[in-house]
Design a protein around this ligand. Structure first.
Ligand code: PEP
Ligand code: MN
Length: 350
């Protein structure tokens, strides 16, 4: 149950609500959370019963009460009917991109930031192809400790330089709670990788960081677990969360993961949070990236996260799944055509 307040609630209003809830054996301290709809107190699955519900509804400071039957509450479509539109970027340093609106957002760039020349080349090509954000990992979660681990903070500096040159907002991964403030100083959007989807201290930390967050699906996570991870971020007061499908573990080694495109229309029913698809980490194969990107847009995705490299054979990370800049252009042209035809046939649900 969610109690949406009219404004920032006064102490008296909160005390009144708490007393009523206590009379129904709900004793948790009330914590007003900023949401896309205003300040809200979230009680999880608890319900005080019809009588107390009616009394709560009559309190002048209460705007509305939502009974939400799913364990994720703030993330649910029941709480917020209209899709969230997330603004990414700072007008002082970059363009500002709206994710969840009519135009799909294309986040493109290398899997890992390798050096100044590589990032500058790929960033320039990404802008030319029509990308709207620049991706690049400075902290890389690698399966092997002997693989390239990323440049760290110097990689963040290179991303900031590329943003200055291209105007593209940047998205980059943060792997540990202690690094959130440092990464958030540079990034326009924080990425939580698949391996960290249930790193709860990290989710809480990005919930307090004041930057939009892209939450990747854990490679064996259910949709409900994924939405509950999003709820961790939302319940810290950060309403700017985007979900990213990147494939789940499967039995067939032909592809790196199994891209679950059915989750897009499903999530569009369950949640108001925008959904992005990563056709690179899901398939692991460059030749599958463009068709699956197009399929994702056809299924209703709000954007794409795509690995691009000008010399994929020499990439320090995930070269097999990186497309060349020319292919990115083709990918984006197709995305625009598919989106326009869906819009004109009124096939897109806001
Ligand atoms: C990435 O996008 O750089 C990445 C590491 O992806 P994932 O967490 O999905 O493996
Ligand atoms: Mn990668």
């Amino acid at each position: 149950m969610i109690i949406l307040m009219k404004d920032q609630p006064s102490d008296e209003a909160l005390a009144h609500i708490s007393a009523l809830l206590r009379s129904a054996q709900i004793t948790e301290p009330l914590r007003p959370i900023p949401t896309g709809k205003g300040m809200a107190c979230c009680l999880g699955a608890k319900h005080p019963g019809a009588e107390v519900y009616a009394e709560l509804s009559a309190i002048p400071a209460v705007e509305r009460i939502y009974t939400v039957s799913t364990p994720y509450q703030l993330a649910s479509r029941r709480f917020q009917e209209e899709k969230s539109v997330i603004q990414i970027g700072n007008p002082a340093t970059s363009q500002v991109v709206a994710l969840g609106a009519d135009k799909p957002v294309i986040m493109a760039g290398p899997c890992a930031v390798e050096n100044a020349q590589q990032l500058r080349t790929v960033a320039r090509e990404a802008v030319r192809a029509g990308a709207t954000m620049l991706r690049g990992g400075a902290f890389k979660p690698r399966s092997s400790p002997y693989s390239f681990q990323g440049l760290g903070v110097p990689g963040l500096e290179l991303l900031a330089q590329a943003r200055e040159e291209t105007g593209l907002p940047i998205i980059t991964e943060v792997m540990e709670p202690g690094m959130v403030d440092v990464v958030a100083e540079y990034a326009d959007m924080l990425q939580i990788g698949t391996r960290n989807m249930q790193n709860f201290p990290l989710l809480k930390a990005v919930g307090r960081a004041g930057k939009p967050v892209l939450l990747k699906r854990g490679f064996s996570a259910t949709i409900e677990e994924w939405l509950l991870s999003a709820e961790y971020i939302l319940s810290e007061g950060n309403p700017n969360v985007v979900l990213c499908e990147r494939g789940v573990r499967s039995f067939d080694p032909q592809t790196r993961n199994l891209l679950d495109l059915s989750c897009i229309p499903l999530l569009n029913m369950l949640t108001h949070l925008p959904v992005v698809v990563d056709p690179s980490h899901s398939t692991g194969r460059r030749e599958l990236v463009v068709p699956m990107a197009h399929a994702a847009i056809a299924a209703g995705a709000d954007g794409l996260l795509v690995d691009v490299h000008h010399q994929p054979d020499q990439a320090l990370c995930d070269g097999d799944q990186a497309i060349m800049p020319e292919e990115l252009q083709r990918l984006i042209q197709g995305v625009q055509a598919i989106r326009e035809s869906l819009l004109s046939a009124s096939m897109i649900v806001a």
